[in-house]
Design a protein around this ligand. Structure first.
Ligand SMILES: Cc1cc2nc3c(=O)[nH]c(=O)nc-3n(C[C@H](O)[C@H](O)[C@H](O)COP(=O)(O)OP(=O)(O)OC[C@H]3O[C@@H](n4cnc5c(N)ncnc54)[C@H](O)[C@@H]3O)c2cc1C
Length: 415
């Protein structure tokens, strides 16, 4: 075999997996059709557990040195009430960071190389090869692909191929990975970078027909994200419609009017939700290739880093003879991710929830619970813990809980 592991895709999931495997002493090749530094269609706030992994790997300080600001507090305007709070520290990280992908992804690639992985840029994987060198069924034993512009495809072999190649994963398709809980795109996502739009931390505005998020990023720019139902894509995909839509909530009108949109506006409806079975003979999946959710809750990069951490450990254990490590990786991923996957789908559906009229005003009166709610979105508090009946009762009281249930039942009746 040419390598122990070939990783297809070298952004958060792939570069981090390659780095960790190389640090563990394995012979690793990572390939990506992209060249680095390069941008990709994504806003980029990294939730706190992702930041904590970057810190543990010695990368967070380098991102900060390269000008990535910290968002330590959030202004969360839910409509019926505004919640303000600081993030609680988790594994030494108390902020959400939003490095440009040109910065984050290039740094991860550099760290993978520094650890000893070979990273080949501009290399497109076309198919996988199996036992005996064929491309049909059987254990995966490598990749077939070529450098951009080359006419002849190369075959490279490995004991394991990791698909970290994003939501349209070539690896997942080649192995026909089983898909479950798939959802069609529910939102259109548009975002732009603004100069002269100062922030104190992050800002989020949720309304029945839109979600607006503002986060500080490098070069003194503010990234402004807009999520709307997919049916409204044509209204907001151009700068005038976008500016109008993000100006509406809170005090944004004057601030957006005074700010300058720099670079072009980015917009997409390619935001499906799906989960894939993440391993099989000779292959495994990490990041969006294995589980992708609507960007409205900004979870994907942190998830990709967490997958890299867990999958690299499972690969090392498997090479050491542990036959159950991949199954444990799969179970732990789904147990950790499914609650936020489902909550994200609820946000993305823009289905009015009248219970919010009761929950948010009560929450705003209770700073400890505000911190817990913000922790749900930042990935440090379990969705189930916050939304458990016992916890909600402590926020709104027993009568409030009954009123929330009644409001939801009435909404269902009249829908
Ligand atoms: C509009 C939008 C906004 C978002 N905002 C956020 C946010 O604020 N915070 C957040 O955490 N997440 C956000 N996300 C999600 C985030 O972008 C992804 O979850 C994250 O990039 C997943 O990382 P990954 O490494 O798994 O895959 P990717 O970043 O998609 O990287 C996959 C890599 O694989 C390569 N590749 C694919 N196929 C091949 C092939 N055949 N051969 C060679 N290379 C290949 C690609 O070139 C690419 O570089 C957003 C997504 C969108 C669309």
């Amino acid at each position: 075999m040419d390598f122990d592991v070939i990783v297809v895709g070298a952004r958060p999931a792939g570069a981090a997996t390659a780095m960790l495997l190389a640090r563990a002493g394995l012979r690793v090749l990572a390939v990506d059709r992209a060249r680095f530094p390069s941008d990709t269609l994504s806003t980029h706030q990294i939730q706190i557990p992702g930041g904590a992994l970057l810190r543990r790997w010695g990368i967070l300080d380098k991102l900060i040195e390269r000008g990535t600001p910290a968002a330590r507090s959030v202004h969360f305007d839910a409509g019926p009430a505004v919640l303000r709070g600081d993030y609680a520290a988790h594994d030494g990280v108390d902020a959400v960071y939003s490095p440009r992908r040109t910065v984050l992804d290039a740094l991860l690639v550099a760290e993978a190389r520094a650890a000893g992985a070979i990273v080949e840029e501009g290399f497109v994987v076309e198919d996988l090869i199996r036992d005996g060198g064929h491309t049909g069924g059987g254990r995966v034993t490598g990749i077939r692909g070529k450098r951009k512009g080359a006419t002849v495809a190369r075959t490279i072999t490995a004991h394991l191929v990791v698909g970290a190649d994003g939501k349209h994963s070539t690896v997942a398709k080649a192995v026909r990975a089983r898909t479950y809980r798939a959802r069609p795109p529910l939102t259109a996502a548009c975002y732009g970078y603004f100069a002269d739009l100062p922030l104190k931390g992050g800002e989020v505005y949720t309304r029945p027909d839109r979600m607006v998020g503002l986060w500080p990023t490098g070069d003194d720019l503010t990234i402004v994200y807009l999520g709307v139902p997919v049916s409204r894509f044509s209204d907001v995909r151009r700068p005038e419609g976008f500016r109008a839509a993000v100006s509406e909530p809170g005090d944004l009108r004057d601030r957006i009017a005074a700010a300058t949109l720099v670079e072009h506006l980015r917009a997409t409806t390619d935001v499906p939700g799906l989960i894939r079975h993440p391993y099989g003979p000779g292959w495994a999946l990490a990041g969006d290739a294995g589980l992708v959710m609507d960007p409205i809750t900004g979870q994907g990069i942190g998830n990709a880093l967490r997958d890299a951490d867990a999958l690299a450990a499972a690969i090392v254990a498997t090479f050491d003879g542990d036959r159950k490590a991949f199954r444990a990786y799969h179970r732990a991923r789904d147990a950790a991710r499914r609650p936020i996957y489902d909550l994200t789908a609820r946000f993305a559906a823009f289905r009015p929830d009248p219970a919010g009229e009761i929950l948010f005003p009560a929450l705003a009166e209770d700073p400890a619970q505000v911190a817990r709610f913000l922790g749900v979105l930042a990935g440090t508090v379990a969705v189930r813990d916050f939304f458990s009946p016992a916890n909600l009762r402590s926020v709104v009281g027993a009568r409030g809980l009954l009123r929330m249930a009644a409001a939801r039942a009435a909404a269902r009746l009249f829908r």
